[in-house]
Each structure stands twice: as structure tokens, then as C-alpha cells.
Design a protein around this ligand. Structure first.
Ligand code: GTP
Ligand code: MG
Length: 236
């Protein structure tokens, strides 16, 4: 990797001007540059997949007169979370280890309107020959014990830089609005109050909510299919 350690850059200044340190060793500065470059590469990978999703959404919305994708969210994992995950898995805390072992440094969440839209989006992404599928976890057909549902794909796509092509890994989570509602609240509840697996009653409640939500998703799909097949115009 060709690194231009520009002493006037913001990164360089922020490293060199660390208070109470006379001198930051060169290897550390180099590592900071490499990390910043890697994060930029993940951001580019996210942008590539987002563009693909926008194209799919435009095409499908012209064909079906409705948008299969409601929203796309994305994030690059924070440095502290990266270190925490590598340590938790007993892996070396290095950039090579991160790029080799972590599949979710770049993450994209696709929120679809209906259940079948999830599989339509996943299929179309799979059929693109510059998208390599590394792993699939279908937590919709096989929900997690706690009720969590989503379609997870780990994909690799090529990102073209000035001097090379790099295959970058991205985690794509595809779910309905309803599944996203459940997962967001589940995350919030656990995050705020540290509700572990200890509380059986709360776990059972959450699982039940997930079931109700899944049934509602199926009913909404049936309603849409009925309207489409019968050519019904529903008054607004
Ligand atoms: P992580 O170490 O969390 O990345 O899990 P994993 O490598 O076993 O992958 P998995 O596909 O099971 O989960 C990846 C991501 O899915 C998580 O980081 C969450 O964003 C989401 N997820 C998985 N399980 C749950 C859950 O029970 N509740 C919520 N809210 N999100 C979940
Ligand atoms: Mg994760």
C-alpha cells in the first residue's frame, strides 16, 4: 500500500499533536494512515452496493409501480467495536486481521416493504456477476431462538482504486419494515437495560411480539397479492 504521510494533513496533525507525548513513533503514524485508508475502502464498498440497490429499486418500481425498498441505512464499524470484536474472538488486533476475519466492518441495512421484496432484492444482487456471495443466513425461514428475523448476506465486491482493484466484504441485512421495528426495539431494550437471557418472561414476550409481527407481514403480503391479482383499485 502506497501511503503518502502528508505532515500537513488533518490526520497527521491529530496524531503528532497528542498532548503529553514528545514524539509519536513512525510505525504508529503509518498504522493510523493505513487504518484511515482501510475505512475509506469500506466506505467506497458501501457506496458501490448502495448504487446497485438504487438501480434495482428504480427498475423494480418502474416494472411494478411501487418501491420494493423503503430505506437503505449503512455504517462503517467504529474502531472501538472492531477492537472489541477481535479481542472477544481471540484474534490479533491488526488491520490485516480485521480485513481477513471481520465480515461486518461495512454494513448495509435494506428495509423492504413486503416479504417477497426481500427475496427479489437478494436474488437480483446474487445474479450480478461482480458480486461474490460469501455467506447467507436466512433468519426469516429460520428465525433465531429469540424471534429475530432478517435475511443476511455477506458479499464481496470489487472496488477500483487508482492503482489497484480490491475485493471488499460487506454485510447486507435485508428485512421488512416490521422486522426492522422489532429488531430496533430489541436492540434498544437490551442495550439500555442489559436484559440478558436471564429474564425468561421478557424473552418470551419479545418472541411473541416477533411472531405477531411475522404473521402481520404475511397478511400484508396476501392483501397485496389479492389486490394485484384481482386488479382491485383501493380507494385512498
Ligand atoms: P455478530 O458477532 O453480532 O456480528 O454476529 P454473527 O457474526 O453471528 O452474525 P449474525 O448474522 O448472527 O448477526 C449479525 C448482525 O445481525 C448483528 O450484528 C445484528 O446487527 C443483527 N442481529 C443478529 N441477531 C440479532 C438479535 O437477536 N437482535 C437484533 N436486534 N439484531 C440482531
Ligand atoms: Mg455484527
Amino acid at each position: 500500500m502506497n501511503i503518502n504521510m502528508n505532515p500537513n494533513s488533518e490526520l497527521h496533525q491529530s496524531i503528532v499533536n497528542v498532548p503529553n507525548l514528545v514524539q509519536v513513533p513512525d510505525p504508529l503514524i503509518k498504522q493510523a494512515y493505513q487504518f484511515q485508508e482501510a475505512m475509506m475502502m469500506y466506505t467506497c464498498a458501501i457506496r458501490e452496493i448502495k448504487t446497485k440497490l438504487e438501480v434495482l429499486n428504480d427498475e423494480l418500481s418502474v416494472r411494478n409501480s411501487r418501491n420494493p425498498i423503503e430505506m437503505v441505512k449503512s455504517r462503517v464499524k467504529k474502531p472501538l467495536s472492531i477492537v472489541e470484536k477481535l479481542q472477544r474472538r481471540g484474534l490479533p488486533v491488526t488491520m490485516e486481521s480485521m480485513m481477513e476475519n471481520l465480515d461486518d466492518v461495512a454494513g448495509i441495512r435494506v428495509i423492504c416493504s413486503f416479504l417477497d421484496d426481500i427475496y427479489a432484492v437478494a436474488d437480483m444482487l446474487t445474479r450480478q456477476d461482480d458480486v461474490h456471495i460469501i455467506a447467507i443466513k436466512d433468519y426469516i425461514r429460520h428465525p433465531k431462538e429469540n424471534g429475530y428475523r432478517s435475511y443476511h448476506m455477506i458479499v464481496e465486491i470489487p472496488v477500483f482504486f487508482s492503482d489497484r482493484k480490491k475485493w471488499m466484504r460487506v454485510e447486507v441485512q435485508i428485512r421488512t419494515i416490521a422486522m426492522d421495528f422489532w429488531a430496533s426495539l430489541d436492540h434498544q431494550l437490551k442495550y439500555k437495560k442489559e436484559v440478558g437471557d436471564s429474564s425468561e418472561e421478557i424473552s418470551a414476550e419479545l418472541r411473541e411480539c416477533a411472531e405477531v409481527i411475522a404473521q402481520t407481514d404475511e397478511r400484508m403480503l396476501k392483501i397485496r397479492l389479492k389486490i394485484e391479482s384481482e386488479g382491485i383499485t383501493v380507494s385512498k
